[in-house]
Design a protein around this ligand. Sequence first.
Ligand code: TXA
Ligand code: MG
Length: 318
Amino acid sequence: MIYPATETYIQRAAQAIKQGNVVAFPTETVYGLGANALNAEAVAKIFEIKQRPYFDPLIVHVDSRDMVQEVVATLPDIALRCMEAFWPGPLTLVLPKSTIIPEIVTAGLDTVAVRMPQHQVAQKLIQASGVPIAAPSANPFGYLSPTTANHVASQLGDKVEIILDGGQCPVGVESTIIKIEKDSITLLRHGGIPVEDIEAVAGKISVIRHTQVEAPGQLPYHYAPKTKIVLINDISKIPDDSSCGAILYQKRDLSFKNIHVMYLSDNGDLRQAAANLFTCLHALDAMRLSVIYAEAIPEVGLGQAIMDRLNKAQARHS
Ligand code: TXA
Ligand code: MG
């Protein structure tokens, strides 16, 4: 059930977490499906509900520096600089794990992904639970990530007892994930903090080696609606057909009469585009169209995270 994220329901959700149950909650990026990260059985419920393969590790959400120190084995200088600059916020750090994190959380890896969310409801939930919360996005594995409580309810409503409603997620794409080893940083997933911003603080980032699936969010297809997605550069090639949908980068005068058009932004603002991405995809996917055309957008800053999601959505049907 969906409950408003008031103090009362946050407390109730925290109680559920302490008892080893799973709850859905808002973060600034997307909604998460959370359980006590220190309780292997509770975490197993997340995998069951999401139908997520056990080789795909989870992000551990913390609310304080002390809690970070409990879940990681070491905090290199680069990590401290990134935390200082971007936490709380949409940046996930992959670091050597401490022994209190069960294997199921990290899929047997000796590293753990950690992030301190900025969303007030997420922070309060972790605080009230008193434990780090392991949480993937609250969607069935491989499907579009949820950016509203209704998205969660329509996909997983019968499997999750408490869905805290904190409105629409302001960032709208998942966190950027980087792996930190001694003095080197590797990008594992584009996301809510542009790579350029991290490099300005922490130095050069090497991009993932594509031969190696380090973050299964990096599988060739993911984040996919049920409807076929076709990326398109020249929107004059889009057919004006009522069985089709189109997601366009920004508002403009068009002669389309029949096709269902949604806009990611008013004037090409990438933040606004990221925030609207999954909402537009969910809305058009629910219409059971034959194709959704998605206009390619500039691959700079947050545009990289958006294009990563659109490319993976397209890959599912090609
Ligand atoms: O914004 C977000 O990050 C959201 C919100 C809920 O915090 N969470 C999220 O979780 O996107 P999820 O499970 O959908 O994606 C987490 C990604 C996966 O691709 C997983 O493979 C990767 O993080 N990951 C987790 N632990 C890892 C580790 N130790 N090494 C490498 N990749 C890891
Ligand atoms: Mg996900």
